[in-house]
Design a protein around this ligand. Structure first.
Ligand SMILES: [Zn+2]
Length: 53
C-alpha cells in the first residue's frame, strides 16, 4: 500500500497559528486517520485528525 499524504492546514500549538503543510497519513489501531507534519517556522511536530473517508 502506497503512503498517503495530506496537504492542508495544520494547527501549530507552539506558534498558535495555522500552517499549510504536507504530511504523511497514518492510521492507528482504532482506525483513526492522522496526518503528521512539521511546522515550517518553529519545527514543532504537527498532528491533524482526518475524517474517515
Ligand atoms: Zn510553529
Amino acid at each position: 500500500m502506497a503512503d498517503e499524504t495530506y496537504t492542508g492546514s495544520f494547527y501549530c500549538v507552539k506558534c498558535k497559528e495555522h500552517r499549510d503543510a504536507t504530511g504523511k497519513v497514518t492510521v492507528n489501531a482504532k482506525g483513526t486517520r492522522m496526518a503528521k507534519s512539521k511546522c515550517s517556522v518553529c519545527g514543532t511536530n504537527l498532528t491533524k485528525f482526518l475524517p474517515r473517508s
